[in-house]
Design a binder for this molecule. Structure first.
Ligand code: UDP
Length: 341
């Protein structure tokens, strides 16, 4: 298939692009490189540099040498919870307005498949754990609210298309790990200008780039008092995007039953605490990694774990990199290689 992947120069998008290429698809990456990296676009994919809203019509209309587009994986997004609180306009425009333009172009050019990289932040503070797709959607931050708005927009477009557009939204929590280097292809991992995520921050301590890691609260109602999160390996996540495309490409009663738009949560199956993550990083790196307890971070729920039951049943998805040390080891290899690159 010829597939367009937005945000294909970013962390999740570049790994999805690599998996699509490995599966034999033609891949066009659309990315404005505002947070992505040109050198993260896998060789073999064609990069169209530009804002999704501005180039969607041309790319989906077969502009350049793209030809007919069989599907879109939409990963391009603003994704920092903290930033979404101080600059909501950036999130409503970057996530919602942009995706509405993409949806218009999808419909206009009758592109039949859309996989949306959504987020479990659409659920907000959970009442039960693990979180299923039936849980109430009450996002507690602007980032989650914009992604939920997009999910609603996709749902109405798919329903109105009379079967012309099928869509899957994938909702997940903490993406982690890296796609290992293979042959000439470099490893693909997490490279943010402003790093806020736990595993890369802890690994920065091991690399000597920061002195210690702050543990945001040790008085949560969890086994060791620190927050529990659902760390999912980026390769497992990319596989889920491919399986969603496969489902949309086949005769998919699950999509029809869902009114054209299926929502699937993805998770590792197990939650890990902040202290467990730090311990895993100590084991993998051999560095003592000093940690200091700091106040809770505003907006952090204690436990966030997604149920993957639906993804397993409908997509046939089964995460294979569920071991925390393995996830950290891939992230560590990438952190070291990008330091020396
Ligand atoms: N965390 C921490 N110290 C840090 C960064 C994160 O203790 O310097 C905790 C945070 O409170 C959360 C978990 O690590 O419980 C994962 O945070 P991250 O920002 O990686 O992802 P989030 O769960 O917020 O999407």
């Amino acid at each position: 298939m010829t597939l367009v992947i937005t945000g294909g120069a970013g962390y999740v998008g570049s790994v999805c692009a690599q998996h699509l290429l490995d599966a034999g698809h033609d891949v066009v990456v659309v990315d404005d490189l505002s947070t992505g990296h040109r050198d993260a676009v896998p060789s073999g994919a064609r990069l169209v540099e530009g804002d999704v809203a501005e180039v969607a019509d041309e790319v989906l209309g077969g502009g350049g040498d793209t030809g007919r587009v069989d599907g879109v994986i939409h990963c391009a997004a603003r994704s920092l919870v903290g930033e979404s609180a101080v600059d909501p306009a950036k999130y409503w425009h970057g996530n919602v307005v942009t995706t509405l333009a993409l949806l218009d172009a999808l419909r206009r050019h009758r592109v039949p498949r859309l996989v949306f990289s959504s987020t479990a932040a659409t659920y907000g503070e959970p009442e039960t754990s693990p979180i299923t797709e039936d849980a109430p959607t009450r996002p507690t931050n602007t980032y989650g609210a914009t992604k939920l708005a997009v999910d609603h927009a996709i749902g109405t477009h798919a329903a109105a298309s009379g079967g012309e557009l099928g869509a899957v939204s994938l909702r997940y929590f903490n993406v982690a790990g890296a796609h290992p280097a293979a042959g000439d292809a470099p490893a693909l991992g997490e490279r943010h200008t402003v790093e806020t995520h736990l595993i890369p921050l802890v690994l920065q301590v091991a690399l000597g780039q920061r002195d210690e890691i702050a543990v945001f609260g040790d008085d949560w109602p969890t086994a060791d008092g620190t927050c529990v999160r659902d760390y999912i390996h980026v390769d497992d996540l990319a596989e889920a995007h491919l399986l969603a495309l496969d489902l949309l490409a086949g005769d998919a009663p699950a999509i029809a039953e869902a009114g054209g738009h299926l929502v699937c949560n993805l998770g590792n199956g197990t939650g890990f605490s902040v202290l467990e993550v730090i311990e895993a990083c100590r084991r993998v790196t051999g560095h003592p990694i000093p940690a200091r307890v700091a106040p809770r971070r505003t907006g952090d729920p204690g436990v966030l774990v997604a149920s993957s039951a639906r993804a397993r049943e409908t997509l046939g998805w089964k995460p294979t990199h569920t071991d925390l040390d393995g996830i950290v080891a891939d992230a560590w290899d990438f952190a070291r290689s990008s330091r020396t690159a």
